[in-house]
Write a protein that binds this ligand. Structure first.
Ligand SMILES: Nc1nc2c(ncn2[C@@H]2O[C@H](COP(=O)(O)OP(=O)(O)OP(=O)(O)O)[C@@H](O)[C@H]2O)c(=O)[nH]1
Ligand SMILES: [Zn+2]
Length: 366
């Protein structure tokens, strides 16, 4: 089998940004990771590749260096049918879970507990159903997931899924959603009829990589099937019909789409919630950040301070009050996350010094 690497997201611009591959190595993309090995797709086909010494050493020092789905890697052939993953190429974007901070140069550094869930994602589709059981679309959840998408470095696009279920003024709903995610494209889709699916596909271009975030039942699998034009994913109906457990099927984690572009879908990405998102909060609430520039005090918390431009905008109806509440909540969560990370770092520091002191005592003993 021969794969066109450009359909996997490889292009000249990308090749130029990356360091030269080691001698004899070819580029390949990670489709799935198991312990110590990965399934990778290269131009000449799909291979199982063991992690090479360099990858193992890097991962031992920092779990974030472990290969993950979506990574571009340097692949070397050891002998007939035996492959080695020699190196993980620098990531353009990364979805990270827990225990991670961004250093001043924008790079990621782990505290030993973080994990990269997906790499080199270009577009994050935030799927929020227009109706969820008897509830309307949850704007707060959209804000969280959009913030998370910005954090990853990818571009968010909000999809109001199951648009056919909303019969009381979809335009008003779309306007509210657009206000909750300034600067982000919002599209209604109905994956059952295919309405809007082409617009979704257009965001991927010939070689973009996407993930779909959203609550259970948002229609993520149905959408991916509609994009793929095939049943690549098991949807809730199928699962209910044959009564099998929900997570028993092993489906592909990197799904190339027939029209170009790819979708990454893993259990970890499905569950991804709200982590490390201080920067993302600023971006998703760019309207509040902008208003805040006109507050009288530079450290205004927009609660009861005099001369607060944010409260004035709520007063005048320019800024929905719900949005200020949402901002307050996310600020609190982000602050809590930061404190928790600090506490963990302090605990580790203390442990480290205890060990050093112990060793010093040991040395001074005769
Ligand atoms: N009316 C309507 N129903 C839809 C649409 N898209 C999906 N559904 C239905 O919604 C249910 C959930 O769809 P899934 O695609 O399995 O949802 P999911 O987001 O993948 O759910 P999890 O796998 O639990 O995360 C299924 O019964 C689908 O048939 C739509 O556009 N309109
Ligand atoms: Zn203010």
């Amino acid at each position: 089998m021969f794969n066109d690497l450009s359909l996997l997201g490889w292009h000249d611009g990308l090749a130029e940004q990356l360091p030269d591959l080691p001698d004899g190595a070819v580029p390949a993309r990670v489709a799935r990771v198991d312990r110590g090995a990965a399934e990778v797709i290269a131009a000449d086909g799909t291979h199982q590749a063991r992690f090479g010494a360099r990858v193992r050493r890097a991962a031992a020092a920092d779990p974030l260096a472990l290969p993950c789905v979506g990574d571009w890697v340097a692949l070397t052939r050891l002998s007939e049918g035996r492959y080695e993953l020699a190196e993980v190429l620098p990531r353009r974007t990364a979805f990270v879970r827990g225990g991670v901070s961004r250093d001043s140069r924008g790079g990621l550094s782990g505290d030993g507990q973080g994990q990269v869930l997906a790499a080199n994602v270009d577009v994050v589709f935030v799927a929020e159903p227009s109706m969820h059981a008897t509830d309307f679309a949850d704007l707060g959840r959209i804000e969280r997931l959009v913030a998370l998408a910005w954090e990853s470095g990818a571009r968010p696009v909000v999809l109001v899924t199951k648009a056919d279920l909303f019969d009381q003024g979809l335009d008003d709903l779309l306007a509210d959603v657009a206000a909750a995610a300034p600067g982000v494209d919002v599209h209604p889709v109905c994956s059952l009829t295919g309405d809007g699916v082409d617009l979704v596909r257009a965001h991927l271009g010939p070689s973009g990589t996407a993930v779909v975030l959203g609550p259970s039942g948002a229609g993520k699998s149905t959408l991916v099937n509609a994009l793929a034009g095939a049943e690549v994913m098991e949807t809730q109906q199928v699962r209910a019909a044959d009564g099998r457990g929900r997570h028993t099927t092993v489906h592909r984690q990197l799904i190339p789409l027939p029209g170009g572009g790819l979708v990454i879908d893993t259990p970890g990405i499905r569950r991804v919630g709200l982590y490390e998102m201080s920067e993302g909060v600023d971006l998703v609430f760019s309207d509040i950040e902008e208003l805040a520039g006109s507050c009288r005090f530079s450290d205004c918390r927009h609660r009861e301070e005099p001369g607060c431009a944010v409260l004035a905008a709520v007063e005048s109806g320019e800024l929905p009050e719900r949005r200020l509440e949402s901002w307050n909540r996310l600020q609190r969560e982000a602050a809590w996350m930061a404190r928790r990370t600090d506490a963990r770092l302090r605990a580790e520091e203390t442990r480290k010094w205890k060990t050093i002191h112990k060793q010093m005592r040991g040395m001074s003993r005769p």
